[in-house]
Design a protein. Structure first.
Length: 207
């Protein structure tokens, strides 16, 4: 059985195992190619970020204790209703982004606001990949965002996200970045790529 397959990913060796777990013959080639993505950079006037802060725990009453996994992440949820609009609020003391406050408003439109009280720029770029990467790619996969700000240390960052068409999704987020002296620009991102040239038809057990 001869075929050609392309394995892509930020962790290509994991993809490698997926491709070859039933193969006894392994003919492949590694390439380093440029993949279209976006860079998080500082705006022309410089960054306008707030210094790192912390949650106001008094703003939420029903705190749930941290799970027994050792990350000390306490959470508190509440819903605030104003007329026909409901706002869901989630506070986390130690998420993978540090202390975080998120609120989602559901009415005629749905919007979410995220405040990361102590987030680094590389971590923010990673989170932007998850939040708007699909919209940045116009629905064709997910565009990767990398950090090229040169800004060191944690900062207090607010991200606004609207739901709807891709332009709508991007408008709120890009505007919130600009207010903080940040922006996204298109760039070519090196990505390890594995081309599988051939594979035996008869499978064998994994080694």
């Amino acid at each position: 059985m001869q075929f050609t397959r392309l394995c892509l990913g930020t962790r290509p060796r994991i993809e490698f195992r997926k491709c070859f777990k039933h193969s006894s013959r392994r003919d492949f080639t590694w390439w380093l190619i440029g993949k279209q993505g976006y860079a998080l950079v500082t705006a022309k006037g410089g960054q306008k970020l707030k210094k790192p802060g912390d949650l106001d725990r008094a703003a939420c009453e029903s705190w749930a204790p941290a799970p027994p996994d050792g990350n000390n992440n306490e959470t508190c949820r509440k819903i605030v209703r104003t007329g026909d609009q409901a706002v869901s609020i989630l506070m986390m003391t130690n998420s993978r982004f540090g202390p975080t406050l998120s609120s989602t408003s559901r009415g005629e439109t749905t919007t979410s606001d995220y405040e990361f009280f102590r987030i680094t720029m590389p971590t923010l770029a990673e989170e932007l990949t998850g939040l708007i990467g699909h919209a940045l790619a116009n629905g064709d996969g997910r565009a990767i965002v990398i950090d090229r700000t040169g800004i060191q240390g944690p900062w207090d960052v607010v991200i606004n996200l609207s739901f709807g068409e891709f332009d709508t999704v991007l408008s709120g987020t890009l505007a919130s970045l600009e207010r903080q002296g940040l922006r996204l620009e298109k760039t070519s991102i090196p990505a390890e790529t594995l081309f599988v040239d051939s594979m035996d038809k008869t499978p064998t057990e994994n080694q």
